[in-house]
Write a protein that binds this ligand. Structure first.
Ligand code: IPD
Ligand code: CA
Ligand code: CA
Length: 270
């Protein structure tokens, strides 16, 4: 069985369900103060889980809405975000996606991110490259942070966390062409993979947010790491940095040194 083809078919089917639910939210509940869930999140996850169980009965699953296995089991595990961008979805903001990633023995093997409103299907398989609607994609060639167009996000602990990423937002705003907070981590990473963004960072994500996106970036020729440049804190989602590879070292330096990192216009700015 072609695992990637099955994942694509499931993402498209779930995406159609999400598209149908857009603009018709009936039930909005909260898993935390700013962490909404709608009937569409739940229905899309139920659909994805039933399809995955039928196709891969021996694989473990971790879904955002129903939980499941820990992400770091030794065997194959699907990391499922049925609707990445629920806040957008719940407010009628047309930017969200279905995200499916397959990890085997701690290594990402398959990743699919589907934007049902734009009908954009991003797919990657380890060693086989990344595609957008079947056409090969590559990260950008932007070589300097000062020329870079970036994305970020703010975790669900943003109201209370001492470090809620606003300090880093300030640091990157002052050193790049701009920073977007579009509200879907999976699409942020897919956009790095196809060169729309040059880099993206976020803290306190979960494995289902990042699995597909990280593989997309890697297979499109980019780099993914935690804020130390390794992977110790990457797959749990605690620290996610993806980029075209060329600006990775500069972004790492900003994440490490904050306001003391080099600034293009004011080298002495601290
Ligand atoms: C969220 C989105 C958002 C990111 C949050 C995520 P959800 O996922 O990806 O962009 O900033 O940290 O939790 O809850 O919409 O699936
Ligand atoms: Ca998510
Ligand atoms: Ca979600």
């Amino acid at each position: 069985m072609d695992t990637l083809a099955v994942a694509i078919a499931i993402a498209r089917e779930a995406g159609a369900l999400v598209r149908q639910g857009f603009g018709k939210v009936q039930r909005l509940e909260f898993k935390g103060a700013v962490n909404p869930v709608t009937e569409t999140d739940t229905a899309a996850e139920a659909l994805i889980l039933s399809r995955l169980r039928a196709a891969f009965p021996e694989h473990a699953i971790l879904g955002e809405e129903t939980g499941g296995s820990p992400w770091n089991v030794p065997g194959p595990i699907w990391l499922v975000d049925p609707l990445d961008g629920t806040n957008n979805f719940a407010h009628g903001f047309p930017h969200f996606a279905v995200s499916l990633g397959l990890m085997v023995g701690g290594e990402l093997q398959v990743g699919v991110v589907y934007d049902p409103l734009r009908d954009e299907l991003f797919a990657a398989q380890r060693g086989a490259g990344a595609t957008l609607n079947g056409t090969s994609i590559r990260v950008s060639a932007t070589a300097r942070l000062t020329d870079a167009f970036l994305a970020t996000g703010f975790g669900y602990n943003r109201r209370v966390a001492a470090d809620n990423n606003t300090r880093m937002l300030d640091c990157f705003l002052r050193r790049s062409q701009g920073v977007r907070r579009a509200g879907s981590a999976a699409l942020d990473m897919a956009y790095v993979a196809c060169g729309r963004f040059d880099g993206y960072w976020e803290s306190y994500l979960s494995p289902w947010d990042l699995a597909a996106g990280v593989l997309l970036v890697q297979e499109a020729g980019g780099r993914a790491s935690d804020y130390g440049g390794g992977t110790a804190y990457l797959f749990s989602g605690r620290e996610v940095l993806v980029s075209n590879g060329l600006i990775h070292a500069e972004m790492l330096r900003v994440l490490r040194e904050g306001p003391a990192a080099p600034h293009p216009d004011f080298p002495a700015l601290t």
